[in-house]
Design a protein around this ligand. Structure first.
Ligand SMILES: N[C@@H](CCC(=O)N[C@@H](CS)C(=O)NCC(=O)O)C(=O)O
Length: 216
């Protein structure tokens, strides 16, 4: 299958980590895309009308888009997988995915606001609202990760992608100051190969080679 992607995207990272955790990495061919909400990537739109990544073209020729849908598609290829748990953990894991995705969307919307509008047209009210959304999600996740849930499923993957995206693009939001349990969890993640091998190549950590795994 082909995955339309960019290595710095946190939504793509969810899919890459899920593929690695499921042992499907070799079956995913990465195709570079250049999504942008204003300067829209017409080649990408041919595969996903939203012009967003991740988008997937399956070996059966089906176009699948949205990280949640692609992660579920990957999981459906593997019998008895635990990335989407079926027991009591299921609803918590899916909720962690949902609110982590919302955090990443809020963070991206701030970046787009800052990068697509001239400074005098940027709405500080909008940025403050999105920043507050990031913080209220961090509050909720920190409560959930006082004791991190056992295992490593779509909830853990989504939380990992969200908090590491903040470390990459919003270094002024320091987890340790207000969200100590998330900070502790973040520190453990480099030991997970699917995390270490998907560190965004533009992040300072990748460039300093601080993580144990070499970024792709
Ligand atoms: N809900 C989507 C969000 C994907 C998304 O926002 N991707 C960004 C890159 S990280 C993108 O393609 N932005 C371009 C745009 O929104 O037009 C998902 O979970 O896959």
């Amino acid at each position: 299958m082909k995955l339309f992607y960019s290595p710095n995207s946190p939504f793509v990272r969810k899919v890459l980590m899920t593929g690695m955790e499921l042992g499907l990495d070799d079956r995913i061919e990465r195709v570079q895309a250049a999504p942008h909400p204003v300067n829209r990537d017409r080649d990408l739109i041919a595969h996903n009308p939203l012009g967003q990544i991740p988008a997937c073209l399956t070996d059966d020729g089906e176009e699948i888009s949205d990280s949640r849908v692609i992660c579920e598609y990957l999981a459906a290829l593997v019998p008895d997988q635990q990335i989407f748990p079926s027991g009591p953990r299921r609803w918590a894991a899916l909720t962690e995915q949902s609110i982590s995705d919302g955090l990443m969307a809020a963070a991206l919307s701030i970046r787009y606001e800052r990068s697509t509008r001239p400074a005098e047209q940027q709405s500080q009210t909008w940025i403050a609202g999105q920043t507050d959304k990031i913080e209220t999600v961090l509050d909720a996740l920190d409560r959930r990760y006082v004791r991190p849930p056992p295992g490593f499923d779509i909830g853990h993957i989504s939380v990992a992608c969200a908090i590491d995206y903040l470390a990459f693009r919003f270094p002024e939001i320091t987890l340790g100051s207000r969200w100590p349990h998330l900070a502790d969890y973040h520190a453990l993640l480099d030991a997970r190969p699917s995390f270490a091998q998907t560190i965004p190549p533009d992040s300072p950590r990748a460039q300093s080679g601080a993580a144990s795994g070499a970024p792709k």
